[in-house]
Design a protein around this ligand. Sequence first.
Ligand code: IP8
Length: 247
Amino acid sequence: MLAYIIWMFALVKFGGSVITDKSKFGEAREDIIARLCSEISFLKKGVIVHGGGSFGHIKAVKYGFKNGCENRVYFSEIHGDMIKLNEIILDNLLSNNIPAVSIPPHTFYPFGDLKAFRYYIQEGFIPVTYGDVFWKDGKGWIISGDDLMLMISRELRPDIAIFVSDVDGIYEDLERKKILDVITPEMVSSLKIHDVGDATGGLRKKLEVMFQIAKMGIKTYIVGGFLHNNLRKALKGEDFIGTEVRV
Ligand code: IP8
């Protein structure tokens, strides 16, 4: 197991609802960010993606980025807010001696490839990217962290993809709070999914992305981010609270 952990290439997404309080604009959960960063400090090879949370979604919804927004100043505003959140993540990774390097989406999306990721991984760094705004056809749009997880999985083929979430997994039964150990596409229609109205779609869209990643043969998990050491355990192949996504 130890040897596997050392060479394992992990792709981890810190969900926006875990790292920020989504109801308060610009409110980062610094204690949780610090803990999550410390839990991945043993990783030798990885890419970190983070969501927008209250730094991205509140204004993205307000300014109508879901259907494209022509206002360049609004675009710059959200882009600047996301840089602030990214800086908090970078500071915390660095505090844990993680050689993080930020590769913001506007440097490669929608016109480029993931060459920069390959290069920095090869050189021993941990690239960090995030859900953000991007400009196309005269309008600003949102590229979500989940879309980036899929893109990175396709091009870089990690061994494991972990979505750190504000829920502890996929609930089979919301009332009894029973979490599924495994979810497959066939099971989705029988689940009661309450999708939230953020700028990039809720759980249903997230699951679609996860199934596509799992289809590539990548171990794919949704794990609770509010539980101490849960992410570390999932990465190390120990017992953790969460749901495996399988096809
Ligand atoms: O939180 C959305 O990324 P997500 C980013 O991963 C913005 O969906 C700017 C709303």
